[in-house]
Ligand binder design. Structure first.
Ligand code: TRP
Length: 450
């Protein structure tokens, strides 16, 4: 099975690496703020359906394409449908990876900054709503500091990817992901016992089904794509390193479940705490967790220590995600353009860094990038919309259509069951990949563009 592209060391290694890609700021930063903006528990409910019905189906499609071809997304499309424009879907994925990396890295830089803040004792005092708001506003508009944090983060990503998937990614995720999980459990256990936490718990866990509307469904599905790293070939690329012995449905189910549990846990830390802070609204948007988490640490014993540890683990969770983003263009340049790994990682890392600078300026009040003409949004929000939303749904739709009708759903099932185990849900999976998922993604895309 070993070839010179390298492969995962074991079955569990793929699960860890893919979970490392999936678990990141998407779970701990994006999921809570999306939940807060979209009505709480109703959003969580729709999200669960989106992750396990749509996410899981697309996940399997991507992994099986990757393993079948053992190639990067561009090469995968080329191999399964030579001499056709389908490889452009792969190119879109490569480009999207660089664009997501550019703004994701900026937010990842914030987590580095907040780790130091915790260490400095910034969270070891009683914090009010205006204090945490000002703290975040001051921090995120500090251009010099953010440039440093962002470049440190990109550099770490480049370094790990330079060493290749075996040297870097596997080792990092195996130890640190379980640790992140443990500390999340601890913090959630503390948060649900804060005085006044009940209100937050009911906001987060007691769905008001009348709040489910097309917007909630749209954002929940988009969040599932983002959180599961779907729609641009990350999972395809990681799938290309899987051994033929692995049973893909169980690997896929593991990754989707782990990712979902981490997101749910993050909400269990954020929402009970949020409602204990006078004047705080769940509709903060992207700043939400950077405003609420300091309060969590200010309320628990040893908060400086736990704050530092938590943000450090979040840095690593984000790192295993940025690694998976960078790996897509790097695998493309190695396979298709015969670049050396180190050169590819460095060049793409630098591109992402330059593309990310406007996302830093987006947080400086009064700057051009903080309120773009025409769209009336800041640059970072626009990037997330274009690449973290539209492009993933569009890419996901095209991948689904390709697997269902061009490569063929039956060929995919053959790949899925290659190790000889029976895939009990093959019929349902085919139904979803052929009709239900493309129809839903198409409607979403249409409503987003209009
Ligand atoms: N899923 C990651 C997170 O939740 C981010 C990420 C990594 C990603 N690779 C991706 C998102 C590919 C979309 C596509 O933080």
């Amino acid at each position: 099975m070993e070839n010179k592209r390298g492969g995962w060391g074991s079955k569990i290694a793929f699960i860890f690496a893919a979970a490392g890609s999936a678990v990141g700021l998407g779970n701990i930063w994006r999921f809570p703020y999306q939940t807060g903006m979209n009505g709480g528990a109703a959003f969580v409910f729709v999200y669960l359906l989106a992750a396990f019905l749509i996410g899981l189906v697309v996940f399997l499609a991507e992994v099986s394409m990757g393993r079948r071809t053992k190639k990067n997304p561009v090469g995968a499309f080329k191999q399964l449908k030579p001499n056709s424009p389908w490889f452009l879907v792969g190119i879109l994925g490569v480009f999207t990876a660089v664009m997501i990396l550019s703004y994701y890295g900026v937010i990842a830089g914030w987590t580095v900054g907040y780790a130091f803040k915790a260490l400095k004792g910034d969270f070891s005092q009683k914090l009010t709503e205006s204090m945490v708001q000002n703290m975040f506003a001051g921090f995120s508009s500090n251009i010099g500091l953010n440039l440093i944090l962002f470049s440190v983060f990109i550099l770490m990503t480049v370094l790990v990817v330079s060493f290749g998937i075996k040297g870097g990614i596997e080792k990092l995720t195996k130890v640190l992901m379980p640790l992140l999980f443990l500390i999340l459990i601890y913090l959630a256990a503390k948060a649900v016992l804060f005085e006044g936490a009940a209100k937050g718990l009911s906001f987060y866990l007691k769905p008001d089904f009348s709040k489910i509307n097309s917007k909630v469904i749209l954002f929940a599905i988009t969040q599932a794509f983002f959180s599961l790293s779907l729609g641009m070939g990350t999972i395809m690329t990681y799938g290309s390193y899987i051994s033929d012995e692995d049973f893909l449905p169980s690997s896929a189910l593991w990754v989707v479940s782990l990712d979902t549990v981490v997101a749910i846990m993050a909400g269990l830390v954020i929402f009970p705490t949020l409602f204990t802070i006078p004047g705080m609204s769940p509709q903060q948007g992207p700043a939400l967790v950077f405003i609420v988490l300091p309060v969590v640490f200010s309320k628990i014993p040893g908060g400086a220590f736990f704050g530092f540890l938590f943000f450090l683990l979040l840095v690593i969770a984000a790192l295993t995600s940025t690694i998976s983003l960078l790996e897509v263009p790097v695998a493309y340049l190695i396979d298709e353009k015969k670049w050396r790994r180190k050169k590819a990682a460095l060049v793409v890392g630098m591109l992402a860094f330059m593309a990310g600078i406007p996302s830093i300026l987006a947080n400086v009040k009064g700057s051009y990038f903080s309120k773009l003409p025409l769209v009336k949004e800041d640059f970072l929000t626009l990037m997330d919309f274009l690449w973290g939303n539209l492009s993933l749904i569009f890419g996901g739709l095209l991948i689904t259509i390709f697997v269902a009708y061009v490569w063929g759903a039956d060929s995919a099932v053959k790949e899925i069951t290659k190790n000889g185990r029976k895939f009990k849900f093959a019929g349902i999976w085919k139904l979803f990949i052929k009709y239900i998922v493309p129809a839903i993604l198409f409607v979403i895309l249409l409503s987003r563009i209009v």
